[in-house]
Design a protein around this ligand. Structure first.
Ligand code: PA5
Length: 488
């Protein structure tokens, strides 16, 4: 049940001058080999993994006892509650949504037969649009609802604000012991949510129970950590998911770059970006269930590789490696990710993919066998007797062909079936490819300083203590221009 990676259409043999040539590969190989051995060295060093946020690579090998504990609480919640609301944003949300859409049948929340014995699951705290949360809380019963809040920092405005609203709602609905219906997944040592957990548990040990976000795992690389309780609640086989990730980890640890799918994926994209100006990355699964996985990948690529500065490696006195942003070495680049889905978007972005600017690389995900299928009835139509999955695969092949005809580079990830195993493998593949691309480009793939800009502005306007004088001056000296003549 392994994934396959078809890179044919990334090469000049398929798409001419817009593709990668053997000369390009030969030119990049020495650099790629260095990047691979550097990454390998860091990944094999437990201290480096934690210090540099590379611990995600070891998540599939987590302690079985810890997983059982999470599964036990997940089952307990599933048994007792009709609804679970997960509060979180970015890395504390997208992996969960991706897992649910990929691994559960569609319309999971709507039909009890599909949920089996699991509760309905809602995602909130990922937006400041009042309409969704208000509507949800108006229509579900707090007595039957459990809340899981996920935030490493505990300070993220969207999640924090949603938690405050949900707490007030629970308190009114269930009384003072409402904290027993809240579980926090957060940093086990610092942050305001952690402090809250400690304070609540001192008063009542069943209130604000908590699971830790592990050290050295950044939000967007943490589905195999902070997503586990959610997976347990919706009935996913976590061991199988980890088996898939582990199998992919072995494949993606091969030193031979040309045999390593994650390294090849990164290498080919870097060549196409640098040498052929392919700056847009469209991920287009031919599966509705994988659309949210494409959304998850958008965050992974954008936050990891869209960076202002190159990385500077500094070695501390104890000999350990550290990374700082090299302010003298500006990068200010990064491929722009776009999430799409076949076949919906063949009637949308595909026109631009085929005839618009030739500045994109399309990655398809092709599913060989769907969870179900539909055979079209009748005899007199060319569609009669065909199955939906047949047509889906034909549409994917046809889209590849249409792109190749116009010299548009693309590649295909082939998933035999969407299962806990293959989805675990898919996530791990993208994580490894992203980490390797960071190495190739010499940028830190594990921070997201650009996200701070809007947060600081909001904190300043909200009067939050602790905003630095530098930032206050920046905001005061560079106000947004609002010339009324330009507002029509
Ligand atoms: O990848 C990341 O680290 C971010 O996307 C975070 O997950 C996101 O900003 C949410 O942060 P927090 O978990 O602290 O609320």
């Amino acid at each position: 049940m392994s994934l396959k990676f078809d890179f044919n259409n990334m090469f000049s043999s398929s798409v001419g001058d817009h593709g990668v040539s053997q000369v390009d590969i030969n030119g990049m190989l020495p650099k790629a080999k260095n990047a691979a051995s550097h990454l390998k060295k860091l990944l094999s060093d437990p201290k480096a993994r934690v210090k540099l946020n590379l611990e995600w690579a070891k998540l599939p090998e987590q302690n079985k006892a810890d997983i059982s504990k999470i599964q036990k609480i997940g089952k307990e919640i599933s048994k007792k509650y009709e609804n679970v609301i997960f509060l979180g944003i970015g890395g504390s949300y997208l992996g969960l949504k991706a897992a649910q859409d990929a691994l559960c049948l569609p319309y999971y929340n709507e039909f009890k037969t599909l949920r089996k014995k699991s509760p309905r699951v809602y995602f909130e705290g990922n937006n400041l649009d009042p309409d969704t949360l208000k509507t949800l809380l108006k229509n579900i019963n707090p007595k039957n609802t459990f809340v899981v809040v996920i935030s490493k920092s505990g300070e993220t405005t969207e999640t924090k604000a949603a938690l405050m609203i949900v707490e007030a709602w629970l308190k009114t609905g269930v009384g003072v012991k409402y904290g027993r219906q809240i579980l926090a997944i957060t940093d086990p040592e610092s942050g305001s949510l952690h402090k809250r957990v400690v304070a609540e548990q001192e008063k009542d040990v069943l209130s604000f129970r908590s699971f830790p976000l592990l050290k050295g795992v950044g939000g967007r690389f943490s589905e195999f950590n902070m997503g586990l309780l959610h997976l347990a609640i919706i009935g996913i086989n976590i061991n199988e998911l980890f088996n898939g990730a582990k199998e992919m980890s072995v494949r993606c640890s091969q030193d031979d770059i040309l045999k390593n799918p994650a390294y090849m994926y990164a290498l080919l994209h870097v060549i196409l970006y640098r040498e052929k100006q392919k700056s847009l990355a469209v991920l287009m699964p031919f599966s509705q269930g994988l659309k949210s996985t494409a959304d998850w990948y958008v965050q992974l690529l954008a936050e990891s590789l869209g960076k202002k500065y190159h990385r500077k490696v500094v070695v501390s006195e104890d000999g350990s490696e550290g990374w700082i942003n090299d302010k003298d070495n500006e990068f200010a680049k990064g491929r722009t990710p776009i999430s799409a889905a076949g076949t919906n978007d063949l009637h949308s972005i595909q026109q631009n993919n085929v005839e618009g600017e030739n500045n994109k690389v399309i990655t398809f995900i092709r599913v060989e066998k769907f969870k179900t299928d539909l055979k079209i009835p009748g005899k007199n139509d060319l569609l009669s007797g065909k199955s939906f999955s047949q047509l889906m695969q034909l549409a994917q092949e046809a889209t590849e062909w249409a792109l190749v005809r116009e010299s548009r580079p693309n590649c295909t990830i082939i998933m035999p079936k969407i299962t806990d195993f293959t989805w675990g493998a898919l996530l791990f593949f993208f994580e490894m490819a992203t980490a390797f691309e960071g190495e190739l480009l010499n940028i830190n793939a594990f921070d997201q300083p650009g996200v701070e800009g809007y947060k600081n502005y909001m904190y300043y306007k909200l009067g939050k203590p602790g905003v630095s004088q530098n930032i206050i001056n920046e905001i005061k000296n560079h106000p947004l221009l609002k010339d009324p003549n330009l507002i029509l």
